[in-house]
Design a protein around this ligand. Structure first.
Ligand code: DP6
Length: 346
């Protein structure tokens, strides 16, 4: 017999950024601040994973976007697998009628329909998808927050892709990370007028990985300590309220300031980390100019030069026209898309 599950999971883009891990607990991926994101539609961007388990398989194997990769080298994947297998094993111990899947080798086959490692949150949808598919395969009786705790150990931002809509990752305070989990602030149906547009400035692999970058930032940046203590706690509260009230100007103001502070913290890291390029900075100027008589759009940038623009639906055509005017040629033509907020893994 072959046991098999296939699932897909969405990308999320943070509006209050996660940047920094507790240096004493690197393997647990415990963040130095809480964060908040919007889950995007799976129509344009998603990860898709198939996992098969069989007594005929002689080892665990992994294929990413069609290429086989070493599973042992992928420590975080091994952690997610170990955790979910252990949960399945304890279910099998308690119920002799359950098929014994936990001891079987598995084949994992995962694909993104967008470039990996270009700061487009591929690790978020990828690990959310891995953990969700394992949970389906092993029939684990866990809710999305429980699963987010496992996904977090794959990639921090992945915990937020366990829900659709607006999602907070509560940093938690327990040593074992059991309260560092994702919770839904509002479902995808809450604010359908809010849309996201991805502007692919470059699909090249990013220079400094998030993991390396964060560790260096925690070690060297005094600005990060200010952000952790004096900025994020209040900003999380304000952001949650802005979302609940569907208050776009406040949502946009907080989103842009948080993106700016995240990149300032990168610059304050020593040696400094640069994720924005000239085009990213030009986009910031254009959006700022566009907002001069009242906020109509918000930009945000992750660990790469690509912009995500959040705006009410009625402004999107104008923003698209503006950006295409300033950046003619191929750069944005195929890559701009409107994304509705969307649902959890399935
Ligand atoms: C800038 O989740 O990729 O996108 O936990 O090391 O896998 P690891 O980091 P990752 O970092 C994402 C950082 C960010 C901000 C965010 O998504 O909150």
């Amino acid at each position: 017999t072959i046991f098999e599950a296939t699932c897909s999971a969405p990308v999320n883009i943070a509006v209050v950024k996660y940047w920094g891990k507790n240096p004493e607990k690197i393997a647990l991926n415990l963040p130095t601040n809480s964060s908040l994101s919007v889950t995007l539609s799976q129509d344009q961007l998603h990860s898709k994973t198939t996992i098969r388990a069989s007594a005929d398989f002689t080892s665990d194997r992994l294929w990413l976007n069609g290429h086989e990769e070493s599973i042992e080298k992928n420590k975080r994947l091994v952690t997610c697998l170990r955790e979910t297998r252990a949960l399945r094993a304890s279910m099998e111990d308690k119920d002799a009628a359950l098929p014994k899947i936990s001891g079987l080798n598995i084949h994992v086959c995962s694909e993104n329909n967008f470039p990996t490692a270009a700061g487009l949150a591929s690790s978020a949808s990828g690990y959310a998808c891995l953990v969700y598919t394992l949970a389906q395969l092993f029939q684990l009786p866990l809710d999305a927050s429980d699963l987010s705790i496992i996904a977090r150990q794959g990639s921090g931002s992945a915990c937020r892709s366990m829900f659709g809509g607006f999602v907070a990752w509560e940093m938690g305070s327990k040593d074992d990370g059991s309260d560092s989990k994702a919770v839904q602030i509002a479902p995808e149906t809450h604010w359908p007028d809010l849309q996201a547009m991805i502007c692919v400035v470059s699909d090249a692999k990013k220079g400094t990985s998030s993991t390396e970058g964060m560790q260096l930032t925690v070690k060297t940046s005094a600005l990060l300590q200010h952000r952790i203590k004096d900025v994020v706690p209040k900003r999380m509260e304000e952001m949650i309220k802005a979302i609940q009230d569907k208050d776009f100007p406040t949502f946009a103001d907080l989103t842009m300031k948080d993106s700016n502070q995240f990149h300032a913290v990168c610059l304050d890291t020593y040696p400094p980390i640069f994720y924005l390029n000239d085009i990213s900075r030009a986009i910031i100027r254009i959006v700022t100019e566009y907002n001069k008589d009242g906020i109509k759009a918000a930009y945000t940038f992750d660990a790469g030069p690509n912009a995500v623009i959040y705006a009410p639906e009625k402004n999107m055509a104008e923003i698209y026209a503006l950006l295409s005017h300033y950046f003619p040629g191929h750069q944005f033509d195929d890559s701009l898309g409107l994304l509705k907020n969307n649902a959890a893994p399935s």
